[in-house]
Ligand binder design. Structure first.
Ligand SMILES: [Zn+2]
Ligand SMILES: [Zn+2]
Length: 340
């Protein structure tokens, strides 16, 4: 089969890879319909994470081609959406809704690599969710978004306790930030402030439900949020960037006793304990337990209540994945969908 391999930073190739096979009785082989490039794929591309012939990709939708003898919830021919973290969905941590911390957790990006024609998905029953039927082609980008960016934005909004009567501030206008805006709207938030300087992304944030846009950043951004909320700060703040400035901006924008949901992967963030101490806020974040939300998100997409597929602004065939990486690296694209 064809698949993406990152030889080293900046060197992405599409080449022949071995076809995946069932190894464990709980595995499924999925023939992928669509996959995509994630903001997190840019870390190895930019040399922030090491890459040495690394298989790439962790977001995926497709049709089940083969199942192991113990797989019961999905069957051959089902159209499925999977989480970017493998989970059994049965251990105590999964049952509590934190499937990304499952005792059998495995990152799809590290060992499987779904920027390819097929993928072996371990713990298929606990990782994959079948759609109610074969989807219309127009729903495929939305379903693909559920695999990571929508699930992650949704988790962030839930972690930040976005809901009726709440003012929500979203730090970050990438795909996850935009999906957090969508989630906050669906969860019934009263006011949603998107923090963005990018005109196209401001427009999309408004489409997804942002009521206000704030262009200021850092301390000026915090001051603006305070000014807009009677000096209190937002009830719910979502951090979807992962830099020092964005993280501290998110902490500062959260009112005392408020909730911060953080999903930006923060390699280099140093959180001064004393600032967190005096902030007096609730914090919850980390890799999103997308599997918890998948059944509900699939239904919302199926019913055409939400349209998260608009976060993809460039579509390329898998063979042209290297161009997609370049476009995202140069910020010419927010998120690239790869077709098969
Ligand atoms: Zn991703
Ligand atoms: Zn588990």
């Amino acid at each position: 089969m064809r698949g993406v391999v990152m030889y080293t930073a900046g060197d992405v190739r599409v080449e022949e890879r071995e076809d995946p096979k069932i190894i464990e009785p709980t595995d499924a082989i999925v023939k992928l319909t669509a996959t995509c490039i994630c903001g997190s794929d840019l870390w190895p591309y930019r040399g922030i994470e090491p890459a040495d012939h690394q298989v790439m990709g962790h977001e995926y939708v497709g049709v089940v081609e083969e199942v192991g003898s113990e797989v019961k919830n999905v069957k051959v021919g089902d159209f499925v959406v999977g989480s970017f973290v493998i989970s059994d969905n049965t251990c105590e941590i999964c049952q509590a809704g934190f499937q990304s911390k499952c005792v059998h957790a495995e990152f799809v990006s590290q060992t499987i690599g779904t920027q390819a024609e097929k993928a072996r998905i371990p713990h298929a029953d606990g990782t994959l969710v079948a759609t109610p039927g074969q989807p219309d082609p127009e729903l495929i980008p939305a379903l693909l978004a559920a695999s990571d960016v929508l699930g992650t934005g949704w988790y962030a909004a839930v972690a930040a306790q976005a809901g009726p009567g709440k003012t929500v501030a979203v730090v970050g206008d990438g795909a996850v930030g935009l999906m957090a805006v969508l989630a906050a709207k669906q969860l019934g938030a009263e006011r949603i402030i998107a923090m963005s300087r990018h005109p196209e992304r401001q427009k999309l944030a408004r489409y997804y439900g942002a009521t206000d846009i704030v262009e200021e950043r850092g301390e000026a951004g915090v001051a603006k949020i305070k000014e807009m909320t009677g000096g209190y700060g937002a009830h719910s703040v979502i951090e979807a960037v992962g830099t020092q400035e964005s993280f501290m901006q998110a902490v500062g924008a959260t009112r005392g006793g408020g909730h911060l949901g953080y999903v930006g992967v923060n390699y280099d963030v140093q959180i001064p304990g004393i600032e967190l101490f005096f902030a007096g806020i609730h914090t919850l974040g980390g890799p999103a337990p997308v599997r918890r939300f998948l059944p509900d998100l699939i239904q919302l997409i199926w019913d055409r209540t939400i349209n998260p597929g608009k976060v993809f602004d460039l579509t390329l065939p898998l063979e042209r994945a290297p161009e997609g990486y370049k476009a995202m690296d140069e910020r010419r694209a927010t998120k690239v969908l790869l077709t098969l």
